[in-house]
Design a protein around this ligand. Structure first.
Ligand code: SF4
Length: 500
């Protein structure tokens, strides 16, 4: 069995998951990566390729498997100064080193790992030092001496401007000493990984003691006794390790079976109470108080954004979200409603100017601005205020007038058994307004919108008009969904509104 650097990092994250990947790959078939996950991988590859500009004399190993190992050997024998994607194998380990640079003074190679992050990560489950240390071990065991190690990462301070230099985009951080400090630990882990892969499958897995957000897609396979909605779905239960441990050790998995609800915090207790009674709990008095704070006209507002590792547009930094679209439903006090939107259709360095100009026309100086999970919209407004300082007062005013409709649900003023402890609009909408769905739309989620927009602006795009239409429909649905949820909330508070 061949073990790669990715396997090693997977092993550090979860031994069981790596074991399943190696021995039961069928469990991962049909598990599609989200557009967001695909984008993260793609941006990592883009950063890796871009970092090669820092070493213009490099040669790239373009082949795969045994051929790549052979080509790398030949490049090393030929004393190439810089090698990209060097393939090195020893024992059962295999790596593709992002960049190897020969250093005459050291009579050894410098090893660089490229990361599409703004800093060197040193956390337990996301550790760049161990990542490069694993590669150093493989190189040295294969007889390739490594005298220096470095992480090349994105410069988080950099903002794209007209004079572009790769040296501004990336930072090179030497980590040779830190790598030396973990050598023994990494060597032991590599041996442990080899041994573990030869062991038989263990029963269950450690996530039985963790909240749902930590679990991977194989949780149900490893823990078939746990129902789909369980103690693991209780609000922030992952922070109360002791509670989960006690329940699991006593074989308690359903909300029904929790013996002593007095040990739950208020939010968890309410979640259990609603689930057990199968009746929603609605604090109409406080919901009404919250909605009474709003002033007309009501602007139901949503942005879609796009971010890349290497900033593409003037004024933005790496992974900073560039707003490329908005939808706005404007509800007047007499119940009349208007819709406005904007979608950037052409790639240019000053990408969001047309959006900003239209938005400043569409949003008047009075009225509440309603979004769902408002920190996203507020963040984009702050970015636009920085990129277009002449409009900063407008965006600051927008943020002061922002109301987060999700708080009705996060504050548990409205708890429904079918929300299953979640408050995202995609969970709340089908319960409160079941007739309004995203099922008929071609674009159904924000990460998909980002992917479609990127494709629409590319030269390969052959169906620009259709994608343009799909994106408008998707974003419009997001703000219309908020209007309908608002209407529903008024209804449960006994207030009739006729939206025209
Ligand atoms: S559910 Fe958790 S412990 Fe189990 S295999 Fe997945 S990540 Fe590992």
């Amino acid at each position: 069995m061949q073990l790669t650097k990715t396997d090693y990092l997977e092993f550090l994250f979860c031994k069981k998951n790596l074991w399943l990947k190696k021995h039961k790959p069928e469990l991962f078939e049909g598990v599609e990566l989200s557009e967001f996950e695909k984008k993260i991988i793609e941006e990592g590859n883009i950063a890796d390729e871009a970092a090669r500009h820092l070493f213009p004399e490099g040669v790239l190993v373009t082949t795969h498997e045994a051929e790549a190992i052979e080509d790398t050997k030949q490049y090393i024998d030929r004393k190439e100064k810089v090698i990209f994607q060097a393939a090195i194998s020893v024992d059962s380990f295999l790596i593709r080193a992002d960049i190897l640079v020969w250093n005459d003074a050291l009579s050894a190679w410098e090893l660089y790992e490229v990361k599409a992050t703004n800093e060197v990560k040193r956390k337990k489950n996301h550790n760049h030092i161990k990542d490069i240390s694993f590669q150093k071990q493989v190189c040295e065991q294969a007889g390739i001496p490594i005298g220096k190690c470095g992480i090349i990462h994105l410069n988080g301070e950099y903002k794209r401007h007209s004079s572009f230099s790769w040296r501004d985009v990336f930072m090179v951080e030497e980590v040779t000493e830190e790598v030396a400090e973990v050598v023994e630990e990494v060597t032991a882990e590599m041996e442990d990984m080899k041994r573990s892969m030869d062991m038989p499958e263990g029963s269950g897995c450690e996530c039985i003691y963790r909240g749902r957000s930590n679990q991977c897609t194989t949780f149900a396979y490893s823990n078939p006794q746990v129902p789909e909605y369980s103690i693991h779905d209780l609000h922030r239960i992952g922070l109360s390790k002791k509670k989960i441990e006690n329940w699991v050790d006593e074989g308690i998995f359903t909300l029904e079976d929790i013996p002593d609800v007095s040990i739950l915090n208020d939010k968890q207790a309410l979640q259990v109470e609603v689930y057990r009674s199968q009746k929603p709990l609605i604090d109409t008095h406080t919901i009404k108080e919250e909605l009474d704070t709003l002033t007309f006209p009501l602007y139901f507002f949503d942005y879609e954004g796009y971010g890349t590792a290497i900033p593409e547009f003037t004024g933005y930094s790496s992974f900073e979200q560039v707003p490329f679209q908005y939808s706005l439903h404007i509800l007047h006090e007499d119940g009349t409603i208007e819709h406005r939107d904007h979608l950037v259709r052409k790639r240019k360095s000053d990408i969001a100017r047309s959006l900003v100009e239209q938005l400043t026309d569409d949003i008047g100086s009075k009225g509440s601005i309603i979004s769902w999970h408002k920190s996203y919209e507020e963040g984009r407004n702050k970015t636009l205020a920085r990129v277009y300082p002449e409009y900063a007062p407008f965006f600051e005013d927008m943020n002061e007038r922002m109301f987060d409709l999700e708080t009705i649900f996060t504050k548990q003023l409205y708890v429904h058994q079918d929300f299953k402890g979640k408050t995202s609009i995609k969970k709340v909408l089908p319960v409160l307004v079941p007739e309004l769905t995203y099922d008929d739309l071609s674009v159904r989620a924000g990460d998909q919108a980002m992917e479609r927009w990127e494709y629409m602006l590319s030269e390969e795009c052959e169906d620009e008009d259709a994608i343009y239409h799909d994106l408008l429909e998707y974003c419009k649905q997001d703000t219309w969904a908020m209007v309908k949820i608002y209407e529903h909330l008024l209804g449960v508070c006994g207030i009739k509104v006729e939206i025209k």
